[in-house]
Structures are given as C-alpha cells and as structure tokens.
Design a protein around this ligand. Structure first.
Ligand code: NAD
Ligand code: UDP
Ligand code: UDP
Length: 350
C-alpha cells in the first residue's frame, strides 16, 4: 500500500532516503510548520520521497531536530528554527500549517502561548499564503467538537466546547484558527483546506508526551502499571500515522475547501484499549524471546477535567471527496509502534 513509506525503516534510518526525481513543473515548494513534530516529520518524509522541496519551520517546543535529522543537508530540504507567532517571509506553493502542541499536558503547560500559537501563528501563515498565493492547509482537530452531543461526529456538527476550561486553549484556539482560515478564504480568496484530525499514533510520537497510546505502550514495555483516567468507559478512535499522511496529502491536492474529518472509525473504550495494548506488547515480547515478567496491572487515576466522553469520526466526506479511507487496523499499527519503542528503548535513545 505504501511504496513511499516502505522505503523508510523507522528503526534503522539512514541519511538521505532515496527521493523521486520530479520534473521541475511538478516539483512544489512546500512549507511545513511544526514539521519537526510527530505528524510533521512523517509528512516531511512523504513529501521529500515524492520529490518536492520542503522547508520546515519549527520552534522545537515539542518537536525535535532528530525527527528530520536524516534530511538535514539534502538539497531539497531546509530546517528553520522559527516561532510562527512571529511573521515569516518566504516564497512557496503550498503550506501545511501544523505548528501547535497537540498533547493535553503540552498544550496546557502554557495555555496563553497555545492560544497565541493558534491565533497569531495561523494569522501569519495565512498572511504568507495571501501574499504568495500558496495553497494553505491547516491541521485542525476533532477537539473542535468538544465533548460531543452528536455521535459519530460529522463535519457539520458545531460542537460542544467549554470556552473557559483547561482544554479551551487548544479547542478554542483551533476553532478561531478555522474562523481565520475561512475569513482569509472569503475576504482575500486564499485557497484553503481544513483537516479535522482524530486521535493519531505511530512511531516518533514523543514517549513522554502524556497521550494515551504512548503512555500505555511505554508503561507496558517497562513493566509499570498502566494508568486509566476515570472509569475507562470514555471512548476514542485511533488512526495510524500513515493513514493520516495519506489523507493530508489527498486533501491538499483535492478541490475540497470545506473541513474534512480524517480519522479511523474503529472506536474503543479506554479500558478495552488498555487491554489491547497489554496483549500486543506481550505478543511482541513473546515473539522476540524477551523473558516474561509479571503481567502489568491496570490501575485507575482521577479523570481530567472536561475529558470528552466519546469520540468517533464520521468519515463519509473523506471517502466521497478524497476517495480516502484508513487502511491500517489498530492492531497492525500498534504492533508497529510497540516494535519501534522497544528498539529505541534497547538502543537507549528513549
Ligand atoms: P507535536 O507536538 O508532536 O508537533 C507539533 C510541532 O509544532 C512540534 O514540532 C512543535 O515544536 C511545533 N510548534 C509548536 N508551537 C510552535 C510555534 N509557536 N512555532 C513553531 N513551531 C511550533 O504534535 P503532533 O501530534 O505532530 O500534531 C501536529 C498537528 O496536528 C497539530 O496542529 C495538532 O493540533 C494536529 N492534530 C494532531 C492530532 C494527533 O492525534 N496527533 C490530532 C488532532 C490534531
Ligand atoms: N505575514 C507574514 N509573512 C508574509 C505576509 C504576511 O508573516 O509573507 C504576516 C504579517 O506580518 C501579518 C499577518 O501575516 O501579521 C497577516 O498579514 P495580512 O497581509 O493579511 O495583514 P496585515 O499585514 O495587512 O495586517
Ligand atoms: N488517558 C488515560 N490514561 C493515560 C492518558 C490518557 O486513560 O495515561 C485517557 C484520557 O483521559 C482520555 C483518553 O485517554 O480520555 C485519550 O487521551 P489523550 O490525551 O491521548 O487524547 P485526547 O484526550 O486529547 O483525545
């Protein structure tokens, strides 16, 4: 399925994976803000392999130079330390605007900065798109639906967000970023794309970022208790990173200017998900001949404030207009991620 990603092994990366030679008229100058983060680095890999010229803007708040280190020095690649709340001038054809912390502990660490990043960062990148006539894609989120009263969530659902709660800096930040995006579209004719991304996981996710998939896998691999917040009856639907990158590139290159949900509709309670992760970690350890330890325990911790009770994307629009649907089952994706973390732990790099 993934000829372009298959040539990259996430556990044994070499410098300069082989890129396609694109005719100059097909080669795009692509700006990726937040390109050193989890999603951004995978998107950069794909765009580079396809033969485009890629510039990454990142302030390295939650991202790291190592996620794109294998491209540094490549003639098609540029890595720029820049905070998107400050203006930035360049010439480009497409902008993927991802810059924004995505994990609750990270975006709550400095909530004012999170709102500034969403508002001022998006304003600057839209100003840049207006000046250069570049096509602009923003990675919005399922969080714009808040704690939803409609299930699953279609794009025309307006959401149920607490504007003053601890998640508001992220949720309302993304909502105003969408508002700005459609303002520039209507007033200034900027060509826009809006992806509403649902929970995504995969290799290179920061193991310490506090999100549920990285927490559960790291806890199970280390033989520590797995921490469920609340009673574990809340639900989420998990998508593997390669499916998301497919969806983002398909959306950028489509004619769809309305928001599009990109997610996997396989829904789990967090309790079920903890058991699935534990089972997959045990399977990988058995297959690798890792000596069996005690079975890790599942423990319960207090539920964070405003934690959405349920979440599942309605992906009808993505199927109809992008001809896109997820291809990685949660089991396949989790196994890949467990192997990645396990190798990195054995190397001592995480
Ligand atoms: P991440 O935290 O790994 O990556 C975010 C990147 O943005 C990091 O490299 C960080 O250093 C950079 N950044 C943050 N603030 C910045 C600023 N002011 N200026 C420049 N760079 C800045 O998160 P991710 O999971 O890769 O998320 C990427 C995008 O996708 C975000 O916009 C996020 O809201 C969106 N998204 C992700 C998910 C998910 O499950 N991963 C779900 C919904 C939406
Ligand atoms: N901007 C930028 N790069 C550009 C063009 C604009 O960072 O190449 C910023 C600009 O500094 C401004 C924002 O984008 O803060 C919005 O630009 P716009 O031209 O829409 O608004 P104005 O400058 O008229 O307020
Ligand atoms: N969660 C959990 N244990 C953890 C981390 C998270 O039970 O160690 C729960 C969290 O309360 C939420 C769900 O898992 O209900 C997804 O959390 P995450 O932070 O990954 O994403 P989001 O809440 O933004 O969807």
């Amino acid at each position: 399925y993934y000829p372009d990603t298959q040539s990259i092994s996430y556990t044994t990366l070499t410098r300069f994976p082989p890129v396609k030679l694109l005719a100059p008229e097909k080669r795009k100058r692509v700006l990726v803000t937040g390109g050193a983060g989890f999603v951004g680095s995978h998107l950069v890999d794909r765009l580079m392999l396809l033969g485009h010229e890629v510039t990454v803007l990142d302030n390295f708040f939650t991202g790291s130079k190592t996620t794109v280190g294998h491209w540094v020095g490549h003639p098609n690649f540029e890595l720029v330390r820049h905070d998107v709340v400050e203006p930035y001038m360049t010439e480009c054809d497409q902008i993927y605007h991802l810059a924004c912390p995505a994990s609750p502990p990270h975006y709550q660490f400095n909530s004012i900065k999170t709102v500034k990043t969403s508002f001022m960062g998006t304003l600057n990148m839209l100003g840049l798109a207006k000046r250069t006539k570049a096509r602009f894609l923003i990675t919005s989120t399922s969080e714009v639906y808040g704690d939803p009263e409609v299930h699953p969530q279609p794009e025309d659902y307006w959401g149920h967000v607490n504007p003053i709660g601890i998640r508001a800096c992220y949720d309302e930040g993304k909502r105003v970023a969408e508002t700005l995006t459609y303002g520039y579209h209507r007033q200034n004719g900027v060509d826009v794309r809006v992806a509403r991304i649902f929970n995504t996981y995969g290799p290179r996710m920061n193991p310490l970022d506090g999100r549920v998939v990285s927490n559960f896998i790291m806890q199970a691999l280390r033989g520590e208790d797995m921490t469920i917040y609340g009673d574990g009856k809340q639900t989420r639907s998990f998508q593997f990173i390669h499916d998301l990158v497919d969806g983002l590139i398909a959306l950028m290159n489509s004619d769809e200017t309305r928001p599009v949900n990109i997610g996997n509709s396989d829904e789990f309670t967090i309790g079920e998900f903890a058991e699935l992760v534990r089972e997959i970690v045990e399977k990988v350890q058995r297959e690798d001949g890792t000596p069996a330890r005690h079975r890790v325990q599942i423990v319960y911790k207090p539920m964070p404030q405003d934690d959405p009770q349920k979440r599942r994307p309605d992906t009808t629009r993505a199927r109809q207009v992008l001809d896109w649907q997820p291809r990685w089952s949660v089991r396949m994706g989790l196994e890949e991620m467990v192997r990645y973390y396990k190798t990195k732990m054995e190397e001592g790099s995480i």
